[in-house]
Design a protein around this ligand. Structure first.
Ligand code: GDP
Length: 199
Protein backbone atom coordinates (compact mmCIF):
# COMPACT_ATOMS: atom_id res chain seq x y z
CA UNK A 1 0.00 0.00 0.00
CA UNK A 2 1.24 3.45 -0.88
CA UNK A 3 0.22 6.13 1.58
CA UNK A 4 -0.95 9.10 -0.40
CA UNK A 5 -2.57 11.06 2.38
CA UNK A 6 -2.39 10.88 6.17
CA UNK A 7 -4.37 13.47 8.07
CA UNK A 8 -5.06 14.10 11.73
CA UNK A 9 -8.80 13.93 12.45
CA UNK A 10 -9.48 14.34 16.16
CA UNK A 11 -8.11 13.80 19.68
CA UNK A 12 -10.48 12.42 22.27
CA UNK A 13 -10.91 11.52 25.86
CA UNK A 14 -14.55 10.80 25.10
CA UNK A 15 -15.20 7.55 23.28
CA UNK A 16 -18.56 8.77 22.04
CA UNK A 17 -16.88 11.62 20.17
CA UNK A 18 -14.63 9.41 18.07
CA UNK A 19 -15.31 9.49 14.30
CA UNK A 20 -18.25 7.47 13.00
CA UNK A 21 -17.17 3.84 12.83
CA UNK A 22 -17.65 3.68 9.07
CA UNK A 23 -14.08 2.83 8.00
CA UNK A 24 -11.69 0.04 9.02
CA UNK A 25 -9.62 0.99 12.01
CA UNK A 26 -6.20 -0.17 13.27
CA UNK A 27 -5.12 0.88 16.73
CA UNK A 28 -1.51 1.17 17.87
CA UNK A 29 -0.77 0.68 21.53
CA UNK A 30 2.15 -0.10 23.82
CA UNK A 31 3.99 0.96 26.93
CA UNK A 32 4.93 4.60 26.93
CA UNK A 33 8.25 5.26 25.20
CA UNK A 34 7.92 2.05 23.15
CA UNK A 35 8.41 4.07 19.95
CA UNK A 36 4.76 4.38 18.93
CA UNK A 37 4.85 7.95 17.63
CA UNK A 38 8.06 7.27 15.73
CA UNK A 39 6.52 4.16 14.15
CA UNK A 40 3.34 5.99 13.12
CA UNK A 41 5.41 8.74 11.53
CA UNK A 42 7.60 6.20 9.76
CA UNK A 43 4.59 4.27 8.41
CA UNK A 44 2.84 7.37 7.12
CA UNK A 45 5.99 9.05 5.84
CA UNK A 46 5.15 12.14 7.85
CA UNK A 47 7.69 12.94 10.53
CA UNK A 48 5.32 15.31 12.28
CA UNK A 49 2.05 13.37 12.31
CA UNK A 50 2.32 11.86 15.79
CA UNK A 51 4.17 13.81 18.44
CA UNK A 52 7.34 12.15 19.63
CA UNK A 53 7.01 12.68 23.32
CA UNK A 54 9.80 13.93 25.50
CA UNK A 55 7.47 13.37 28.39
CA UNK A 56 6.30 9.75 28.70
CA UNK A 57 2.76 9.32 29.91
CA UNK A 58 1.61 12.80 29.01
CA UNK A 59 -0.51 12.02 25.98
CA UNK A 60 -3.60 10.32 27.31
CA UNK A 61 -5.91 10.86 24.40
CA UNK A 62 -7.16 8.70 21.58
CA UNK A 63 -5.88 10.20 18.31
CA UNK A 64 -7.52 9.37 15.01
CA UNK A 65 -5.69 9.77 11.71
CA UNK A 66 -7.28 9.03 8.36
CA UNK A 67 -5.12 7.30 5.77
CA UNK A 68 -5.82 7.56 2.03
CA UNK A 69 -9.40 8.46 3.02
CA UNK A 70 -9.82 4.69 3.43
CA UNK A 71 -8.93 3.64 6.94
CA UNK A 72 -8.24 5.03 10.39
CA UNK A 73 -4.94 4.72 12.11
CA UNK A 74 -5.53 5.18 15.82
CA UNK A 75 -2.86 6.25 18.26
CA UNK A 76 -3.94 4.94 21.67
CA UNK A 77 -2.31 6.35 24.82
CA UNK A 78 0.75 4.54 26.12
CA UNK A 79 0.27 2.45 29.24
CA UNK A 80 2.43 1.45 32.15
CA UNK A 81 4.04 4.75 33.07
CA UNK A 82 5.34 4.86 36.61
CA UNK A 83 4.51 8.42 37.62
CA UNK A 84 0.76 7.96 37.77
CA UNK A 85 -1.18 6.87 40.86
CA UNK A 86 -2.74 3.40 40.91
CA UNK A 87 -6.29 4.74 40.90
CA UNK A 88 -5.57 7.01 37.96
CA UNK A 89 -3.92 4.19 36.10
CA UNK A 90 -6.91 1.91 36.65
CA UNK A 91 -9.34 4.55 35.44
CA UNK A 92 -7.24 5.21 32.42
CA UNK A 93 -6.86 1.53 31.54
CA UNK A 94 -10.60 1.09 31.80
CA UNK A 95 -11.00 3.93 29.33
CA UNK A 96 -8.75 2.22 26.80
CA UNK A 97 -10.35 -1.17 27.36
CA UNK A 98 -13.81 0.29 26.92
CA UNK A 99 -12.72 1.83 23.65
CA UNK A 100 -11.25 -1.46 22.42
CA UNK A 101 -14.37 -3.44 23.31
CA UNK A 102 -16.86 -0.89 21.99
CA UNK A 103 -15.29 0.10 18.72
CA UNK A 104 -17.08 -2.03 16.17
CA UNK A 105 -14.83 -1.03 13.22
CA UNK A 106 -11.60 -1.93 15.03
CA UNK A 107 -10.11 -4.60 12.76
CA UNK A 108 -6.88 -5.16 14.56
CA UNK A 109 -4.70 -3.94 17.42
CA UNK A 110 -1.02 -3.48 16.73
CA UNK A 111 0.67 -4.08 20.06
CA UNK A 112 4.12 -2.52 20.13
CA UNK A 113 6.92 -4.23 22.04
CA UNK A 114 10.35 -2.68 22.56
CA UNK A 115 12.91 -5.26 21.41
CA UNK A 116 15.45 -4.19 24.00
CA UNK A 117 13.49 -5.49 26.97
CA UNK A 118 12.64 -8.89 28.43
CA UNK A 119 8.93 -9.82 28.15
CA UNK A 120 7.06 -7.47 30.47
CA UNK A 121 4.19 -8.67 32.65
CA UNK A 122 2.06 -5.66 31.77
CA UNK A 123 2.28 -6.50 28.04
CA UNK A 124 1.67 -10.22 28.58
CA UNK A 125 -1.36 -9.50 30.76
CA UNK A 126 -2.71 -7.09 28.20
CA UNK A 127 -2.39 -9.77 25.51
CA UNK A 128 -4.18 -12.27 27.76
CA UNK A 129 -7.00 -9.79 28.10
CA UNK A 130 -7.14 -9.22 24.33
CA UNK A 131 -7.27 -12.98 23.83
CA UNK A 132 -10.01 -13.48 26.39
CA UNK A 133 -11.95 -10.60 24.83
CA UNK A 134 -11.40 -12.09 21.34
CA UNK A 135 -9.87 -8.90 20.00
CA UNK A 136 -7.57 -9.60 17.03
CA UNK A 137 -4.03 -8.32 17.51
CA UNK A 138 -0.54 -8.53 16.06
CA UNK A 139 2.78 -7.86 17.73
CA UNK A 140 5.07 -5.17 16.37
CA UNK A 141 8.64 -5.27 17.64
CA UNK A 142 10.11 -1.76 17.71
CA UNK A 143 13.63 -0.31 17.73
CA UNK A 144 15.11 -3.48 16.25
CA UNK A 145 18.00 -1.43 14.82
CA UNK A 146 19.38 -1.42 18.35
CA UNK A 147 20.11 -5.15 18.17
CA UNK A 148 22.28 -7.12 15.78
CA UNK A 149 20.85 -10.08 13.88
CA UNK A 150 21.75 -12.74 16.44
CA UNK A 151 20.61 -10.61 19.36
CA UNK A 152 17.27 -10.02 17.67
CA UNK A 153 16.79 -13.68 16.80
CA UNK A 154 17.44 -14.61 20.41
CA UNK A 155 15.08 -11.92 21.60
CA UNK A 156 12.28 -13.09 19.30
CA UNK A 157 12.78 -16.74 20.22
CA UNK A 158 12.71 -15.88 23.91
CA UNK A 159 9.56 -13.81 23.43
CA UNK A 160 7.86 -16.57 21.46
CA UNK A 161 8.74 -19.18 24.07
CA UNK A 162 7.42 -16.95 26.85
CA UNK A 163 4.12 -16.56 25.01
CA UNK A 164 3.85 -20.28 24.30
CA UNK A 165 3.72 -20.86 28.06
CA UNK A 166 0.13 -19.60 27.92
CA UNK A 167 -0.83 -19.44 24.24
CA UNK A 168 -1.32 -22.37 21.82
CA UNK A 169 0.13 -20.30 19.02
CA UNK A 170 1.72 -16.89 18.78
CA UNK A 171 0.16 -13.99 16.90
CA UNK A 172 1.63 -12.55 13.73
CA UNK A 173 4.83 -10.66 14.53
CA UNK A 174 6.32 -7.69 12.67
CA UNK A 175 9.92 -6.59 12.92
CA UNK A 176 10.29 -2.82 12.65
CA UNK A 177 12.61 0.13 13.07
CA UNK A 178 11.54 3.74 12.80
CA UNK A 179 15.21 4.59 12.24
CA UNK A 180 15.69 2.44 9.13
CA UNK A 181 12.11 2.01 7.92
CA UNK A 182 12.32 -1.75 8.39
CA UNK A 183 8.92 -3.45 8.47
CA UNK A 184 7.03 -0.59 6.85
CA UNK A 185 6.00 -2.54 3.73
CA UNK A 186 5.13 -5.68 5.68
CA UNK A 187 2.86 -3.86 8.08
CA UNK A 188 1.16 -1.78 5.39
CA UNK A 189 0.66 -4.86 3.21
CA UNK A 190 -0.89 -6.65 6.14
CA UNK A 191 -3.31 -3.77 6.71
CA UNK A 192 -4.15 -3.62 3.01
CA UNK A 193 -4.80 -7.36 3.01
CA UNK A 194 -7.15 -7.17 5.98
CA UNK A 195 -8.97 -4.21 4.44
CA UNK A 196 -9.45 -6.13 1.18
CA UNK A 197 -10.59 -9.28 2.94
CA UNK A 198 -13.30 -7.30 4.71
CA UNK A 199 -14.07 -4.86 1.89
P1 GDP B 1 6.19 6.75 22.28
O1 GDP B 1 6.22 7.35 23.64
O2 GDP B 1 5.84 5.29 22.33
O3 GDP B 1 5.38 7.50 21.26
O4 GDP B 1 7.72 6.72 21.75
P2 GDP B 1 8.48 7.77 20.82
O5 GDP B 1 8.16 7.51 19.38
O6 GDP B 1 8.27 9.13 21.37
O7 GDP B 1 9.99 7.25 21.02
C1 GDP B 1 10.58 7.16 22.29
C2 GDP B 1 12.10 7.24 22.13
O8 GDP B 1 12.60 6.11 21.41
C3 GDP B 1 12.54 8.47 21.32
O9 GDP B 1 13.74 8.95 21.90
C4 GDP B 1 12.79 7.91 19.92
O10 GDP B 1 13.75 8.66 19.20
C5 GDP B 1 13.30 6.51 20.23
N1 GDP B 1 12.95 5.57 19.12
C6 GDP B 1 11.70 5.32 18.66
N2 GDP B 1 11.73 4.41 17.66
C7 GDP B 1 13.02 4.07 17.49
C8 GDP B 1 13.69 3.16 16.58
O11 GDP B 1 13.09 2.46 15.75
N3 GDP B 1 15.04 3.05 16.72
C9 GDP B 1 15.74 3.77 17.64
N4 GDP B 1 17.07 3.57 17.69
N5 GDP B 1 15.14 4.63 18.50
C10 GDP B 1 13.81 4.79 18.42
Amino acid sequence: MIIKTARFVISNSDIDKCPKPNLPEYAFIGRSNVGKSSLINMLTGNSKLAKISGNPGKTRLINHFIINDEWYLVDLPGYGFAKVSKTDRKKFEQFIRKYILQRENLYCICLLIDSRHEPQTIDLEFMDWLGESQVPFVIVFTKTDKLNKTQFENFQMNYTNKMLETWDEVPKMFVTSAETGLGKNDLLEFIEGVNKMNG
